[in-house]
Design a protein around this ligand. Structure first.
Ligand code: ZN
Length: 480
């Protein structure tokens, strides 16, 4: 029997608002525990929630970018369950009538484009944060602490159709969505910090079968890589259970990053377990058409459109364009550089190569970089006109990155310009010839590959400053 995998994802994105979903507490990340709280978000008696307009705006913006239909009438609902991080014993979410429905997100995996359906986008509030002492989860912890700062922060849930067919597609989908959210500035989408969270529903079925197999929900995937690993492991488990004649049990499973396997957490709850009912303290959301039109204007260029433009206008190879748009700051940086130095491929090579490597090594991002687009353009221009060799340019680049000094000062201080003056270089070439009689003899005897070695010696003696093409020319002349 041949099986196919069916995956649907629920992505929770923390919205980049100043205040919480239903109260005026700060939505700032990283404050002292239990300092951004009030009677509303801690569920004291007699309080009334008020919907954050900005949160609705950002969710509508996202839904429009995902080509969803904005529902004319959507309603908040109470979802009941008990957990120490939920002081009200219910979460305000949306259930039967969500904010938006029926869109799609286009993803590209190994050069193949696919549209993944979006079932719905809805708004809800987050729960508090439990800190388990001595363990990764509540089981096995010595004690657990509750921080209510996160309680009531605005969340947007984006539910996909079960259109994904492999763990890799699931990871690419999440990455593509995260990038989109960053582009339209609704969420910083950092999986490692929890501002973007992903739960996956996975099942397998025989190819050709229209019915879905029994699904399991996988939680605790804290990076794009973890999504792929977790789902690969869960996919394998489904195959093993079914091939051994067993049955998959519908349940929620916890992914362990260390063992790279999933374990059962709890039997999967069904919607009726939550006793959903409409939230009586909040008015329905009925966004006026003019407001939706206004929000539409704020979306701007989306990553996919920018990628097409980079390929068309800058003649960048598609893979390079994908790499650049995956990091909005890097793509912005490229555009600034190209305004001053039009050879985009050269700029893109440096950005995605040495500069990215430097930032990864030093844990920096573009906003903390000691190198402005103008400085990068200046270095690129100096390579282009032959003043700097590639090798020297790299030294200049790293010195600027480390010290924040001006490009021209770095070059002046270290005398790093390329030697393109024939008379000056001739002296060095002659010295190399004098020092390497054996290789010179070999060259004269017809072994032309020795030339590479001799040019290398010129580069070495000149501390990398010799113009290699000129060195080659002079050596050839002098050895005739
Ligand atoms: Zn509050």
């Amino acid at each position: 029997m041949k099986f196919e995998t069916v995956i649907g994802l629920e992505i929770h994105a923390q919205l980049a608002t100043k205040s919480k979903m239903f109260c005026s507490c700060s939505n700032k990340f990283g404050s002292e525990p239990n300092t951004n709280i009030c009677p509303i978000c801690t569920g004291q008696p007699g309080v009334l929630p008020v919907t954050n307009k900005k949160a609705v705006e950002l969710a509508i913006k996202t839904a429009l970018a995902l080509k969803c239909r904005i529902e004319p009438h959507s309603v908040f609902a109470r979802k009941h369950y008990f957990y120490p991080d939920l002081p009200k014993d219910f979460q305000i979410s949306q259930y039967e009538l969500p904010l938006a429905t029926g869109g799609y997100l286009e993803i590209e995996v190994d050069g193949q484009k696919r549209k993944i359906g979006i079932t719905r986008v809805h708004l809800e509030e987050d729960a508090g944060k439990l800190v388990h002492v001595g363990a990764a989860r509540i089981m096995g912890a010595e004690e657990s602490l509750v921080d209510y700062n996160r309680t009531g922060t605005p969340l947007m849930e984006i539910v996909s159709e079960p259109d994904l067919r492999s763990p890799r597609e699931a990871a690419v989908y999440t990455q593509t969505l995260a990038n989109l959210l960053r582009y339209i500035m609704v969420c910083d989408a950092k999986m490692e910090e929890g501002s973007l969270r992903c739960d996956a529903n996975l099942s397998i079925r025989e190819v050709g079968n229209q019915e879905f197999g029994v699904k399991t929900e996988v939680k605790n995937m804290n990076s794009f890589k973890a999504i792929e690993k977790a789902l690969l492991s869960e996919e394998k488990r489904h195959h093993e259970v079914i091939e051994e004649g067993g049955q998959i049990v519908q349940e929620t499973r916890f992914f362990d990053d260390v063992t790279e396997t999933t374990t059962g957490m709890r039997s999967k709850e069904f919607a009726h377990d939550y006793r959903y009912f409409p939230e009586p303290d909040l008015v329905p959301i009925e966004p006026p058409g003019e407001w939706i039109e206004e929000i539409k204007k704020t979306i701007g260029e989306l990553p996919a459109q920018r990628r097409e433009r980079f390929i068309k206008d800058y003649q960048l190879p598609p893979e390079m364009a994908s790499l650049l748009i995956a990091n909005k700051s890097m793509a912005d940086y490229l555009e600034e550089t190209v305004k001053l130095f039009p050879k985009a491929t050269a700029a893109a090579n440096w950005l995605t190569g040495d500069i990215t490597a430097y930032m990864n090594e030093n844990k920096k991002d573009f906003s903390q970089l000691n190198l402005t687009p103008a400085q990068l353009a200046e270095i690129l221009r100096l390579i282009d006109d032959g003043t700097l060799s590639n090798k020297i340019a790299k030294t200049v680049l790293f010195t600027v990155l480390k010290t924040g000094k001006q490009v021209k000062d770095v070059i002046a201080e270290s005398g790093l310009t390329q030697i393109s003056n024939e008379d000056e270089l001739k002296k060095i070439v002659q010295e190399v010839i004098n020092n390497n009689p054996k290789q010179v003899e070999q060259f004269k005897a017809g072994k032309e590959t020795v030339m590479m070695y001799l040019v290398g010696q010129v580069m070495k003696l000149s501390k990398g400053r010799a113009n290699p093409a000129l060195a080659n020319k002079l050596l050839t002349e002098l050895l005739k």
